[in-house]
Each structure stands twice: as C-alpha cells, then as structure tokens.
Design a protein around this ligand. Structure first.
Ligand code: ZN
Ligand code: ZN
Ligand code: ZN
Length: 172
C-alpha cells in the first residue's frame, strides 16, 4: 500500500473492523480501479472493500455477513455486486445483488402439485418457469429432458394446468 496512491477524500470513513480511517487507493495493476483499505493495516487490520463512486462500498451479504464485492465487468462495463463467499452460503453458490447492495431475488421455481411421470419414459417430469421467448416468466411448463427415452428423441413438454401437466394435448 503505497502512500503515493492515496486519494484525497473530504469525507472520513471508518473501518468497520477497527474503527480507524479507511483510505482510498488505486490498484497497482490497474490505476483506474479504486478500493479502500484500512489505515490500521500495520496494526494487523486486513479490512479492504471496493469503491462505490468515491465511497467505500460497505453493504453486507445478508447470509454470511461479509462485505460485498462491487466490481465493474471488464466485458460489459457494468457494475456487479456479489458475495463470493460460497462455502458460507446454504446453496454453496455466489450470491448477486443490485448495484446498491440489495439482494437480487433468486429465481424460485414454483412447486408442482405432486410428482408427475413422463407418459413415454416414466421419468419424473421437471417443472420450470419459461425463461425465454414470449411467455418468459409468465408461464410454467412441465418437461421431460430424457430425449433418449422418447420416440421423437426430443425433450417432451406439457402445458401446466394449475400445477398439473396437461397430458391430453396436441396429438399425444
Ligand atoms: Zn481496520
Ligand atoms: Zn455471503
Ligand atoms: Zn420422458
């Protein structure tokens, strides 16, 4: 942490770990990217966080309590906020948040009313929300991805009628 890279900041932000002042610094490998580190690092405080337009980004993950990462995607130039603390999450996955740190609602699939078997291969049908096309997000569908078990060698789809698959559709 070089003194020369320190930025002038009017407002003082204190470290959530040790209450000493935080300091805004540019990354050595990319001086256009800023982050915040604790001035108490010589006393053993390792707190660092990302920059949010000149302020330390201190929003925390509601599940594991860690300070969230706020990065700018080098591909899209868009800000993304995430917690990469996978092993502390119940689903062992990265959690994503809105720019301001509010949790992004994870897509929850609705529950089917019971388990239904594929009429051709007798595998349990999956119940999904359509995520592409005209009915994206508005319509649920039952499907059997077991292509090999079907005469048509294709995934079979069944319309959802109030949580149950409609087996008497089309030419089935
Ligand atoms: Zn500190
Ligand atoms: Zn987390
Ligand atoms: Zn099937």
């Amino acid at each position: 942490m070089s003194q020369a890279l320190q930025e002038e900041v009017a407002e003082v932000f204190s470290c959530p770990k040790c209450q000493k002042a935080l300091r805004r610094m540019a990354r050595k490998n990319d001086p256009t990217v800023f982050f915040w580190g604790c001035t108490g690092y010589q006393d053993g405080c390792d707190f660092v966080c990302d920059d949010d337009d000149g302020k330390p980004f201190l929003a925390r993950c509601p599940e594991c309590g860690e300070v969230l990462s706020r990065k700018i995607s080098s591909k899209t130039g868009r800000v993304y906020v995430a917690c990469f603390n996978k092993e502390k999450h119940s689903d062992h996955d990265v959690h994503f948040f809105s720019d301001d740190g509010t949790p992004q609602v994870k897509k929850e699939y609705p529950k089917a009313k019971g388990e239904f078997l594929c009429p051709e291969c007798h595998q349990p049908l999956l119940y999904r929300t359509i995520t592409k096309g005209r009915f994206a997000g508005q319509k649920n569908i039952f499907l059997c991805p077991n292509k090999e078990g079907h005469k048509s060698k294709a995934t079979l789809f069944f319309d959802d009628v109030d949580g149950r698959p409609n087996f008497v559709q089309g030419d089935a």
